[in-house]
Design a protein around this ligand. Sequence first.
Ligand SMILES: *[C@@H]1O[C@H](CO)[C@@H](O)[C@H](O)[C@H]1NC(C)=O
Length: 302
Amino acid sequence: MKMKEKEVKVSPLKNFVAGGVGGACLLLAGHPLDTIKVRLQTQPKPSGTQCLVYTGAYDCFRKTVSKEGVLGLYKGMGAPLMGVAPMMAISFFGFALGKQLQQTDPGKPLTSTQLFVSGCLAGIFTTVIVAPGERIKCLLQVQSSRGGTKYSGPLDCALQLYKEQGIRSVYKGTLLTLIRDVPSTGLYFLAYENLKINLTPEGQSVSQLSTPRILLAGGVAGILNWTIALPPDVLKSNFQTAADRKYSGLADVLKTLLREEGPKALYKGSNAVFLRAFPANAACFLGFEVALKGLNILAPSW
Ligand SMILES: *[C@@H]1O[C@H](CO)[C@@H](O)[C@H](O)[C@H]1NC(C)=O
């Protein structure tokens, strides 16, 4: 028998703030791996007697830190921070709201279905900012390869889309984002909450779970998120960047990919993604839990 939990009401507001802290931690842990990935991907091909600048991930890490210091690993983190921290704040807010709406008695734990549904709600909430973010990112990425400069940056792009074709245009691709993010976010939070309970030793309270166990639960949740989000993500990227009328619909993208490249096409590039997902999400949930505890002490009545 697990110890009976103290009666705690879920506070979406506190979860919002703690989620923002979690998002910042996610990036602090994940960004160095992203920097290394990009540096490896973009290093010039050796010609003649030249050697590769970096022989591998560890070599790149070592050389970056010795030449530029630890801060070298954190170059370019400002832009993603502006997106990730608010996104995680909204995500944890949505999850808490879902729990609050379904919680009839604060002493009674929610069922797995209720947790999954709350996580799905989090996925719907984040789509409000993730969908336009993806639309704008793709347009900017395609624009630079064509050489034109229709949009001077993300904000300009959002404003032009809105002025020309209204809000519908800003939110083009929302369905694809929902397909990718709703079930995966549901599983993400369900896995985290269930792992926390399962990792709690007999006779102890889930709220006193040790740091390594929080890290483990968060890391595994992150891997599971990507495991089910990656196939729709591959479909989405192919669909959004394909020439007009190349595909008749999503099902067509799926059929074409499977026919041309087989099932492994759906997990393209997954090594790097999984390598980053574990530490990033471990740090995210740890940051979230620590911030939430702090808020419960500082502002018990919120
Ligand atoms: C879950 O996976 C999706 C996959 O594409 C990603 O966009 C999202 O950031 C991931 N969530 C977390 C918290 O890692």
